[in-house]
Design a protein around this ligand. Sequence first.
Ligand code: SAH
Ligand code: DHB
Ligand code: MG
Length: 215
Amino acid sequence: MSERRWREVDAYFGAIVQEDAALQAALAESAKAGLPAIAVSPAQGKLLALIARSIGAKRVLEIGALGGYSTIWLARALPSGGRVVTLEINPRHAEIARANLARAGLTDKVEVLVGPALDLLPALPGPFDLAFIDADKESNADYFAHALRLSRPGSVIIVDNVVRNGRVLDVPGDAQVEGVRRMIDLVADEPRVSATAIQTVGEKGYDGFLMAVVR
Ligand code: SAH
Ligand code: DHB
Ligand code: MG
C-alpha cells in the first residue's frame, strides 16, 4: 500500500481518535510560527494518552516539546494534580508550546523547561510514571538511561522514531540512526526493563515506537 493510503487510513480513524479544536490550533499555530511538521500524529498522540491513562500516570516526563502537541495529549490524560514536565532546547519552540498549552487550558498541568535536556535531566526530581523520549535522536541512549534512573517499578518509557523508514538497519548509519542503535543496544542489555519495538505506518510515514516497562 502506498504512503497516500497510509495517510487516508489515518484520516479514516480520525473518527475514533477525535482530535479537537485545541489540538488542531496547536498544529496550525506551530506551522504559522515556522516549526517543523514533526509532531506525533493524532492517532499516535491518542495512543500516548491512552497509555498514560491505562497506567494511571500522574507524573510524565517528555523530552522534546516542539509546539506542545504531544504534550497536550499527555497532559489531558492526567488526573487533577498530575504534571507533565517537558524539556525543550529551543526557546522559540518552548514559547509556542506554552501558548498552545495555555489555549488548551493546561498551563497548571505542564512545566516547560528550556535548555538542553542533558543539562536539565540531572536536576529533575523523580520518579516519573511515564517518559516520552522524542528529541535529538543522537542522545537517545543517554535519555533512556536518565528516564530509567528517574523511574520506579512499573514505569513506562516510550521512544519515538526508532525505525526511520527502515534506516535503523543502516550500519554505519547517520548520527541519528547511530543514536537510535546505541539506545537499542542499551535496552537489549538492560535487565531492569522489558521492552518491545513496533513498526508503524501512517501520516508520519514508516517509523516506529520503542516501549519499555521497568521491572
Ligand atoms: N514531541 C513533539 C515533537 C518533538 S520534535 C510532538 O510530538 O509534538 C523534537 C524537539 O526536540 C524539537 O522541538 C527540538 O528543538 C527538541 N530538541 C532537540 N534537541 C534537544 C535537546 N538536546 N534538548 C531538548 N530538546 C531538544
Ligand atoms: C523528525 C523528528 C521526529 O521526532 C519525528 O517524529 C519525525 C521526524 C526529524 O527530525 O526529521
Ligand atoms: Mg518524533
